[in-house]
Design a protein around this ligand. Structure first.
Ligand SMILES: C[S@@+](CC[C@H](N)C(=O)[O-])C[C@H]1O[C@@H](n2cnc3c(N)ncnc32)[C@H](O)[C@@H]1O
Length: 270
């Protein structure tokens, strides 16, 4: 795996609980759209890779009903702990990683989905082959994730603050995430043994009530990777400096707009 994989040791109880809250009307909404695009039906077996705190997996468990089953896996134990509280007869969770699905039997799922996860994977061909392996022939792989953003006030503010003293003495990888564009996504599916996928790319905007809300969202969604490379004592100062930068580009009501791009791909395993 490339060395720029995100750290899995910066998460905390507070960030996991924050994620449950901040994702409820953001990542969860895009996950629901992914589930719909995948046309998941009663009785299907679904693997949710990078399930986080389990909101989407629980939603899908409602769709597949008692004849189906959903397994959510995520490398972050604290998020899996929150997800476990949603477990029921057809819904289970386990700590697991897209780079090692060896505990899952080949051909044992009808659907594999990843929502807001794929851009966190620095190397994608290996996981794609694993998704194909655990799917039955004719099973579907659905991926919804970040595309390459244009304008991002948060990225600009963070880059400015973290490259200035005193924060610049602590190393953080330049690129935390690894989004792909449509041609690369298409090739990844084909190379892993899928038919050419259906791909939709669209721009979207998100609004955060304040700079602090935008920072909280970014810290929780990055499971602490935004500022986790800094000593804990320095993080409040970094948040303050980022908030000041964001305030310069705030809307008249003080809110922050994020411009993003989402790529959604659905492909059938040959
Ligand atoms: C923004 S959250 C999305 C969580 C959830 N899918 C949702 O829709 O709310 C990104 C998730 O990707 C997970 N992730 C990052 N690297 C991963 C990997 N190598 N394998 C599986 N999951 C990973 C993180 O642990 C985190 O829970």
């Amino acid at each position: 795996m490339a060395s720029t994989a995100p750290s899995m040791t910066q998460d905390s109880d507070a960030l996991a609980r924050d994620y449950e809250q901040v994702s409820a009307d953001r990542q969860f909404a895009s996950g629901q759209r992914l589930a719909k695009a995948l046309a998941i039906t009663t009785g299907e077996r679904v693997l949710d890779v990078g399930c986080g705190t389990g909101l989407l997996a629980a939603h899908i468990a409602g769709i597949v009903g008692s004849a189906g089953r959903v397994l959510g896996v995520d490398p972050l134990p604290l998020r899996i702990e929150l997800a476990q509280q949603k477990a029921r007869a057809n819904l289970s969770f386990a700590v697991g990683n897209a780079y090692d699905l060896s505990s899952i039997e080949s051909g044992s799922f009808d659907v594999v989905c990843l929502n807001a996860v794929f851009h966190w994977l620095p190397e994608k061909a290996g996981p794609m082959r694993e998704f194909a392996r655990v799917l039955r022939a004719g099973g579907r792989l659905g991926i919804s994730g970040a595309g390459r953003d244009g304008q991002s006030p948060m990225r600009t503010a963070v880059a400015k603050v973290l490259t200035a003293p005193p924060f610049n003495q602590y190393h953080r990888p330049d690129a935390l995430t690894h989004p792909v564009e449509e041609p690369e996504m298409r090739q990844l599916y084909i190379d892993a043994g899928f038919d050419a996928p259906r791909i939709d790319v669209h721009d979207f905007t998100q609004n955060f009530a304040s700079p602090a809300a935008a920072i909280r969202y970014s810290e929780a969604s990055s499971f602490g990777n935004l500022l986790g490379h800094l000593p804990e004592a320095l993080r409040p100062a970094a948040r303050e400096a980022i908030a000041a930068e964001l305030a310069r580009v705030a809307e008249p009501d003080g809110s922050i707009t994020r411009y993003g791009r989402r790529i959604i791909a659905i492909g059938v395993r040959r």
